[in-house]
Ligand binder design. Structure first.
Ligand SMILES: [Zn+2]
Length: 317
């Protein structure tokens, strides 16, 4: 009941927020609006669980692109006034199948950030989210503790608990091997093959095609580790690409990219490796070639999109 009321009142809430603070206009932006997307998935596939948490349905994505294109100029430069930049991190097969036709329709050039060691494979964080989302209900022993999975809420709670543990784990393989020992990941993948395209990243051939179409392919680390917990040696290994033929721009998108996922030494290590621009995943005022990005919700409500963009511009101006 409360949820229903909340969603009915949402448009009025956004309208009121915007009216109350009408000093900043979205016309003639003095900064660049850099947007970040992860997975654009068919409307029929989106589920409300951990695996689809960073996803947009194809129809929401198109509404957002339509809204942006009508107001700002599309750009690939991070310091281009009154313009927007579209970026994708991780890049599952759906990026080509669902997002690319929309980019082509609206004549948009975008950035695609890839995890080099995982090209044409799945990224550990997706395997992690997949296992937590689809392992059958039951009792599992992880990190020497027992957990009961009974519904989506308990899956989310388990994720939060492991995520806190993970700060002290030597690497992500440890978490995945704990999962695998309790319930085989490959068995789970065969049982839920409908999620294959969400889990698999673009192939070398897909990347070549994107570059032929004029899009930029950037680096998103070797294995998608949380950079803030790596030492200097690990950092330089994780942040240096090995095959320069894959990438056609000198931009680094920080894995996860929120406040906890990087620090000053991470930023200077990336800069020392020669990257010209660094992209984060939260609201940051552009400074020294470091840029924040906005993650819009999976929504085709124009008022909500407008409010979120307005609030973001406000935060980075
Ligand atoms: Zn990522």
């Amino acid at each position: 009941m409360f949820e229903k009321l909340k969603s009915a009142l949402k448009p009025y809430y956004f309208k009121a927020q915007k009216l109350l603070s009408s000093d900043i206009k979205l016309e003639n932006l003095q900064s660049t609006l850099i947007l970040n997307y992860h997975h654009i998935v068919p409307d029929s596939i989106v589920e409300s669980n951990l695996l689809y948490g960073y996803s947009h349905s194809t129809s929401s994505f198109e509404s957002q692109i339509e809204w942006l294109s009508a107001r700002f100029k599309n750009s690939l430069a991070f310091e281009d006034k009154n313009s927007f930049v579209i970026t994708f991190d991780d890049c599952s097969i759906y990026t080509i199948e669902q997002a690319l036709p929309i980019l082509t329709k609206y004549n948009i050039q975008a950035y695609f950030f890839l995890v080099e060691d995982r090209i044409g494979k799945s990224i550990w964080i997706d395997d992690y989210l997949f296992w937590l989302s689809y392992v059958p209900n039951g009792s599992y022993r992880l990190f020497k503790r027992n957990y009961n999975i009974v519904d989506q809420k308990s899956r989310l709670e388990l994720h939060h608990e492991i995520w806190r543990e993970y700060q002290y784990a030597p690497n992500h393989q440890l978490i995945l091997s704990e999962f695998d020992a309790q319930y085989s990941l490959s068995k789970l993948k065969s049982a839920h093959s409908i999620h294959y395209k969400r889990l698999m990243t673009l192939s070398f051939e897909d990347i070549l095609n994107l570059k032929k179409l004029g899009h930029l392919v950037g680096f998103h680390s070797q294995t998608h580790e949380q950079l803030s917990k790596l030492n200097a040696d690990e950092l330089s290994k994780e942040c240096e690409y090995s095959d320069s033929d894959i990438f056609n721009c000198n931009t680094f998108a920080v894995p996860f990219g929120s406040e906890n996922d990087y620090n000053d030494s991470v930023i200077s290590a990336i800069k020392n490796l020669g990257y010209k621009s660094i992209l984060l995943n939260h609201a940051v005022k552009a400074h020294d070639k470091v840029y924040g990005r906005l993650n819009l919700p999976d929504s085709n409500d124009k008022l909500e999109i407008e409010y979120k963009i307005w609030a973001y511009i406000n935060a980075i101006s």
